[in-house]
Write a protein that binds this ligand. Structure first.
Ligand code: FES
Length: 161
């Protein structure tokens, strides 16, 4: 039996210990926010928070979680009461197809939990592993900056038009 605490709720799951966390979340706990993108640790669509770190849940076997707490997008906010990050992503229209967004939000949340006011370098380093196939990274970064109180970087100048 695997014990998992997800979004503050304890679960005992009768599953193979090698089961990736993503499968346990989606198939056993019906938490479908984290997405299966590549299954190879290359896209970040499956990102959730384990302990205080953003992890690729497609790669993490449930047996490796131990007593660390798991947090998913379902634990952040609701449609009626979105979290500050979720609100900012909506306000700045950071989603296009939306497939990567739960992972993006959770990776950003892990950073802001540890470092509420990160530097631009810390922000970019944190978000680098997660990919958006629509290419909305600029808006995603802007949405996180808005919550982190980070200024927008100066526009590049001197480019010929
Ligand atoms: Fe986990 Fe792509 S689905 S990194």
């Amino acid at each position: 039996m695997i014990q998992l605490t997800v979004n503050g709720v304890q679960h005992a799951l009768d599953i193979d210990p090698s089961t990736p966390l993503l499968y346990a979340l989606r198939n056993d706990l019906q938490l479908h926010g984290a997405k299966f993108g590549c299954g190879l640790g290359q896209c970040g669509a499956c990102t959730v928070i384990v302990g205080d770190r953003a992890v690729f849940s497609c790669l993490l076997p449930v047996s490796a979680i131990g007593n660390r707490l798991v947090r998913t997008i379902e634990g952040l906010g609701t449609v009626d009461h979105p979290s500050p990050l979720q609100k900012s992503f909506i306000e700045l229209q950071a989603a296009q197809c939306g497939y990567c967004i739960a992972g993006m939000v959770m990776r950003a949340q892990a950073l802001l939990d540890r470092t509420p006011h990160p530097t631009e370098v810390q922000l970019r380093e944190q978000m680098e592993p997660n990919l958006c196939r629509c290419g909305t990274h600029i808006r995603i970064l802007a949405a996180i900056r808005q919550v982190a109180g980070l200024p927008e970087p100066a526009q590049a100048t001197g480019a010929s038009q």
